[in-house]
Design a protein around this ligand. Structure first.
Ligand SMILES: *Cc1c(COP(=O)(O)O)cnc(C)c1O
Length: 362
């Protein structure tokens, strides 16, 4: 029997009756864009994350893009981003006409830190996008302090960090705004595309609310040049069902991560993830590093175990950013992660037995 990287279908099966009840209610309501179902999810997710406001949007990329626009990022501005992230973080900046300025991550946490961000700040810098990569919160307090000193905005990319905690509080309202993706494979995943912005800033909340709906707060009155980026009630209904099991599912992910870390403790050629004591990891991904990555992946696959690489080509080496002129060697830590990192199977429905099989091959 094969071990899948992530079994999204098993998540649907566990919640089938609750999901289908909720979805049918949404379909029968006669309301297919926005409305009470979406508002109910927005308040539930705001409450869960500890943010004062949640604005549902169509996907995670839009959450980042509209979040940046709401913070006032405009053409020609510079926005600091990690050199190792999913390309959406960079694209959101480019979509504003702004320039992504990459910063290398710390080698142990794989997240960017205040010290290296400081060195990348120029008079054009307007905002910083720390990414809670793989589900591990960034050390955000020093970044917020730096941002305050330099008059910069902080938009967190929390697409991989649903339920993660920084110190005592859940990710959701530390920075000026937080962008979420509910892509089906995320810790909190919809049955299609969906996203949200959470924030304690009511001005930013109002602005994202305008931008997602043609810049309009009242029908046919347009205060801004907006977009169409709305969540539909069916996704909101499914997300509300899944939010109720998020902590349980994350606990299961955390248990699997513990099994991996214990099981791999004595493997000299494999580096396992570090969790600082102030962090509660959401374990969206369990990422190991090894110079023998390709060989390990091949042998796992031969044993029927599916793994993935997050991410095989860093954004600065993608064709999409060829015009920025970054060559190989420009961001060695991101490049090394691309060459040596491997994401092991993890998810709420992966059995202990499957984990043992992965460990046996490793
Ligand atoms: C998934 C993801 C996104 C984009 O989310 P979509 O909903 O697919 O647009 C952005 N940033 C990171 C780090 C992600 O993992």
């Amino acid at each position: 029997m094969n071990v899948p990287f992530l079994d999204v279908g098993a998540g649907y099966a566990e919640l089938q009756s609750e999901l289908e009840t909720a979805i049918l209610i949404a379909f029968r309501s006669g309301q297919y864009i926005g409305g009470a179902e979406v508002e109910a999810f927005e308040s539930a997710f705001a409450k869960y994350t500890g943010a004062l406001n949640c604005i549902a949007v169509a996907n995670g990329l839009d959450a980042l893009h509209l979040g940046l626009l709401a913070l006032g990022v405009k053409a020609g501005d510079e926005v600091i981003v990690p050199s190792n992230t999913f390309i959406a973080t960079w694209l959101a900046v480019s979509n504003c006409g702004a320039i992504p300025v990459p910063v290398e991550p710390d080698r142990t946490t794989m997240n960017i830190e205040a010290e290296s961000i400081l060195r990348a700040i120029t008079p054009k810098t307007r905002a910083i996008i720390p990414v809670h990569l793989y589900g591990l919160p960034v050390d955000i307090d020093p970044i917020l302090e730096l941002a305050k000193e330099r008059n910069l905005f902080v938009l967190e990319d929390a697409a991989q960090a649903h339920g993660a905690r920084y110190k005592t509080r859940r990710v959701g309202a530390h920075g000026h705004a937080v962008a979420w993706s509910f892509y089906p494979g995320k810790n909190l995943g919809a049955l299609g595309d969906a996203g949200a912005v959470t924030t304690n800033d009511s001005f930013v909340a109002r602005r994202v609310g305008l931008l997602r709906n043609y810049g309009s707060h009242a029908k046919y009155v347009h205060d801004a040049r907006g977009f169409n980026s709305r969540m539909d009630p069916v996704q909101a209904a499914a997300l509300r069902v899944k939010l109720s099991v998020l902590d349980n599912w994350n606990a299961r992910r955390s248990h699997i991560a513990q099994l991996y870390t214990q099981g791999l403790a004595s493997r000299e050629h494999i580096v396992t993830p570090i969790v600082p004591d102030w962090a509660q990891h959401a374990w969206h991904l369990y990422v190991i590093q090894s110079p023998a990555r390709d060989e390990i992946q091949k042998r796992l696959l031969a044993a029927g175990i599916n793994t993935q690489i997050h991410y095989p080509i860093p954004p600065h080496l993608q064709g999409a950013y060829a015009d920025m002129g970054f060559g190989r060697g420009a961001f060695p830590i991101a490049e090394r992660l691309a060459d040596e990192s491997l994401s092991l199977p993890i998810g709420p429905h992966l059995s202990d037995e499957s984990v043992s099989r992965v460990l046996a091959v490793l």
